[in-house]
Design a binder for this molecule. Structure first.
Ligand SMILES: [Zn+2]
Length: 462
């Protein structure tokens, strides 16, 4: 089975090489050749090429994107809080969205799934699905206290060591908004607790304001601000239903039980990463800034790769985010920026200030991912690539590298022999319209066309 993709601008993924009017030849699932055919087309009008020919005129041809920060792409427990598993329709649907937007490899950071769960998703869908693990005592304890309803008996028995032997490629996500009093608490658990007692539904912003009045931005029981709490309660329509004491207790009871073990779980996971020689991926947010700083100094000079996920998390102020990322750079911690939904959808993140501040510096952010957004409705990774180039933070080739070769380089098991358009590499290839990359026309996975003219082909599902 051979394919020729011709007439487009080829971005090889390494961060610099761009070939205007290039051609990519694919044979038996691998890249056979990448050619500059301007003025000298060896195939004439394609007459001599035996195989599928894709006309990429007006398009960019790039490696399939590699997203190292996803959730909800497998069966098994969801998030670091081990929430109930998504239905098959939902996780397959999430993988469809990734694929239609040019992502051909995802790393699931729902660390309580088993590798059987990961392999099922990988087998059923054309997207390469990789797994990570947080099967550690404190992480398990934190999940159980925040939620834990998705934990199977099997998952409770698993260990990081067994998961790594079974093919997991990283330890993470260590910590999360659900276990650390972050966005997951604002979105789900605090509103649910309030609704259960009072029947009143509050918004994510109202929940955040109430939580910050009780525990501050750094999740500290001593931070209670009674005046701010009274105002937040009134604004959320809760002044009649709760006294300040009741509301403070409800928020504290929702957030704090998982908080201490979750912080311990981050330490435990980073230590395991150093021991087993795999990358750890830690949740960077205002609530974890303290422990991350401590770990940066403790590990000083160590070999462990620790990736600060969503270094642009909006719970940091922009300056705090930058300071932590600058320290991380000095201490050898790569940083990932998550697009969340900050570009278009804006359900959960409405500012792009952190994003621009961190990306503006040439070497503060190593890779980009999506994270989950509200109910999986995140902006697409390819949108983030386009945005980074459009705002001049990187060249287009540089932006593509942040979602391809740089990710493959940072997490060795995620996509070996992928992330570049070079002879011998796996033929995961994306063809997207040059004037708007979000219009993904073709996607090939291992040389098989799984998106054609913007639509999934039957080969996308197996
Ligand atoms: Zn996170």
């Amino acid at each position: 089975m051979s394919t020729l993709i011709r007439g487009g601008t080829v971005i090889k993924g390494s961060g610099d090489t761009v070939i205007e009017g290039g051609a990519v030849v694919i044979r038996d699932g691998r890249i056979a050749d990448v050619l500059d055919i301007r003025g000298a087309d060896p195939w004439g009008a394609d007459r001599d090429f035996a195989g599928d020919v894709i006309d990429a005129s007006g398009c960019v041809v790039m490696p399939g994107l590699i997203n190292s920060h996803t959730h909800g792409v497998t069966p098994g427990a969801l998030f670091p809080s081990a929430a109930p598993a998504l239905t098959e329709e939902r996780w397959m649907g999430n993988l469809d969205r990734h694929l239609l937007a040019g992502t051909t490899t995802v790393l699931s950071l729902c660390g309580f799934a088993s590798m059987d769960d990961v392999r099922e998703a990988d087998r059923r869908h054309a997207v390469h699905v990789r797994g990570a693990t947080t099967h550690l005592p404190h992480c398990l304890q934190a999940a159980g206290m925040a939620d834990g309803q998705g934990l199977t008996a099997e998952a409770r028995e698993l260990t990081v060591e067994r998961m790594l032997l079974d093919g997991a490629v990283a330890i993470g996500e260590l910590g999360g908004g659900q276990t650390l009093g972050g966005g997951g608490q604002d979105l789900v658990y605090i509103p649910a607790a309030i609704h259960k007692v009072s029947g009143i539904l509050i918004t994510i912003d109202q929940a955040r304001r109430i939580k910050e009045a009780v525990l501050g931005r750094f999740i500290d029981a001593a931070a209670l601000n009674v005046v701010a709490l009274a105002e937040a309660a009134k604004e959320a329509g809760l002044a009649e239903a709760f006294t300040a004491t009741q509301l403070a207790k409800l928020v504290t009871d929702s957030v704090m039980p998982s908080f201490v073990p979750a912080i311990e779980g981050i330490r435990e996971g980073v230590q395991a990463a150093a021991k087993f020689g795999v990358p750890a991926i830690v949740h960077s947010a205002s609530a974890t800034a303290g422990v991350l700083r401590e770990l940066m100094f403790e590990l000083d000079g160590g070999e462990a790769t620790v990736i600060a996920a969503h270094a642009n998390h909006p719970s940091h102020t922009p300056d705090e985010a930058r300071e932590l990322a600058v320290l991380g750079r000095k201490m050898g911690w790569p940083a990932e920026a998550s697009v969340f939904d900050l570009l278009h959808r804006k359900h959960t993140v409405t500012t792009r200030e952190h994003w621009d501040l961190l990306l503006r510096e040439p070497d503060l952010i190593s890779v980009i991912g999506t994270d989950y957004g509200h109910d999986g409705d995140h902006d697409e990774l390819i949108s983030a690539v386009q945005d980074i180039a459009a705002f001049g933070h990187r060249s287009l080739a540089g932006a593509v590298a942040m979602a391809t070769s740089a990710v493959a380089g940072l997490i060795p098991g995620i996509a070996p022999a992928s992330g570049r358009l070079e002879a011998g590499c796996i033929a995961d290839v994306v063809v997207a319209r040059a004037d708007d990359l979000r219009d993904v026309r073709f996607v090939l996975v291992e040389g098989v066309c799984v998106v054609r003219d913007g639509q999934l082909t039957p080969e996308a599902h197996r």
